[in-house]
Design a protein around this ligand. Structure first.
Ligand code: GLN
Length: 447
């Protein structure tokens, strides 16, 4: 059932829908849910484990937050409730949203519903896998460098990363504050617009929230609008054959629908990964400083003094990937290295932005891959650098604060989904949804 249909149900029907989903979720083997809480009546929405729901446990997939109960609702939760939705269930995720596979979760990995030997992507892997498995109608995820779009692509569902500042981050556990955005993961583009409308809008509780009025995307959906769409020719060279095939298929489909395709190059893409992993880890090192065993969740036992309390709590409470990033973040921020790494990364961030803006002088949208391959096998990503490299197509969007939607285009010969993304100028989100809807209709992924 789609969200738009569920919104028509009465109270009793909603209750039985909720029971049915929960029963299926409890039986499911993919470990997408890590909790089955539910709060209020409304169309049930699965919530990633880094978004506060009052009185629910919220742990960001980490041991260090075990036992912590959210004292208030995130703004997105209040907004969901105002629009006829209700939070139901906790979605698994990579610890503190650091990862691309959902394997770094304290609760163990989530499995890809299309092939249980593969990852669902990450970090919002629980959210995307649950929607694909049919145990959630829709979910909220968060995207710092691809964490909504990439799992959506690996699982064959739709994920939208809003313009930075369009959705309040109040009540979202911070990973990298200048990059994080909450967004919807849904079965199709229309539901994505609907759920996005529910959570978007200015919030005085978030100082980075944009003071712009949100105009309903859902009510203005128009798949007949024609756009100029840029394809970045050097981008696609980095992807494997499955992705190239989907890319060509999407280009043909967009042409059939009357859109104009133009060809462009981007030269700064080679700096994306380095820039992102300097800025994201620097911000993470500072954001995660608050988890010290005093204020939140887990506290180490048998300690002699405060220093040892901090040391032991953090050593025992954080997983390897989180520790690696805290170390890296503190390194790039330390005196002597700050200018060489952090400051330089901020400068490169501007160059990347300028390059995107130049393309948007001529194009309404950009079509791009999400990941260089289909979902990898569980346990196959041993080298952290290799994992970081797989983010090459998604992270620039966050560095620049742009909106982008990930939608499924086709399955490869083994039945594994391939998704691509449409990217637009900041705050120019209607064209993304209109073009995505036309592409969705033309490629007809679900049939
Ligand atoms: N894979 C990226 C990272 O590990 C992005 C994660 C995210 O968007 N939260 O940082």
């Amino acid at each position: 059932m789609k969200l738009r249909e569920a919104l028509e149900l009465d109270k009793e029907q909603l209750e039985s829908l909720r029971d049915e989903l929960l029963a299926k979720a409890k039986e499911s083997k993919i470990n997408a849910y890590i909790g089955f809480e539910s709060s209020g009546n409304g169309v049930p929405i699965l919530i990633k484990d880094n978004i506060q729901v009052k009185d629910w446990s919220v742990t960001s997939g980490s041991k260090i937050l075990q036992g912590y109960i959210a004292p208030y609702n995130a703004t997105v939760i209040e907004k969901l409730k105002d629009s006829g939705f209700a939070p139901m269930g906790r979605a698994n995720m990579d610890e503190f949203a650091m990862g691309s596979t959902t394997e770094s979760s304290y609760y163990g990995p989530t499995l890809n519903p299309h092939d249980n030997s593969r990852v669902p992507g990450g970090s919002s892997g629980g959210s995307a896998a649950a929607v694909a498995e049919g145990i959630a109608l829709a979910a909220l995820g968060s995207d710092t460098g691809g964490s909504i779009r990439q799992p959506a692509a690996y699982c064959g569902v739709v994920g939208f990363k809003p313009t930075y500042g369009k959705v309040s981050r109040y009540g979202l556990s911070a990973y990298a504050s200048s990059l994080d955005q909450i967004g919807p993961i849904t079965q199709d583009v229309t539901d994505s617009a609907l759920l996005y409308d529910a959570i978007a809008g200015h919030d005085s509780k978030d100082s980075t929230s944009a003071e712009v009025e949100h105009t309903s995307i859902y009510e203005n959906l128009d798949s007949n609008k024609k756009y100029t769409i840029a394809v970045i020719d050097n981008y696609i060279q980095e992807a494997n054959d499955d992705i190239k095939e989907a890319y060509n298929k999407a280009i043909e489909a967009l042409k059939v629908r009357g859109h104009t395709i133009i060809h462009k190059q981007m030269s700064n893409t080679k700096y994306d990964i380095a820039t992102y992993y300097i800025i994201a880890t620097a911000e993470a090192a500072s954001n995660l400083g608050r988890y010290d065993g005093v204020r939140y969740g887990y506290r180490a036992k048998d300690v002699k003094n405060t220093k040892e309390l901090f040391f032991k709590t953090r050593s025992e409470g954080f997983g390897d990937e989180v520790k690696r990033r805290i170390l890296l973040g503190n390194f790039v921020l330390s005196s002597g290295y700050y200018d060489a790494y952090y400051l330089k990364a901020q400068k490169v961030r501007h160059l990347i932005r300028d390059e995107f803006n130049k393309i948007f002088d001529e194009a309404d949208l950009i079509l791009s891959p999400i990941a260089p391959s289909i979902a990898p096998k569980l346990g196959s990503t041993h080298d952290p650098l290799e994992m970081y490299k797989s983010d090459m197509f998604t992270i620039a969007i966050n560095l620049v604060g742009l909106p982008a939607i990930s939608l499924p285009i086709m399955k490869n010969k083994d039945g594994l989904p391939i998704g691509l993304q449409l990217i637009a100028k900041a705050f120019n989100e209607q064209p993304i949804f209109n073009a995505a809807l036309s592409l969705e209709r033309e490629v007809n992924y679900n049939n």
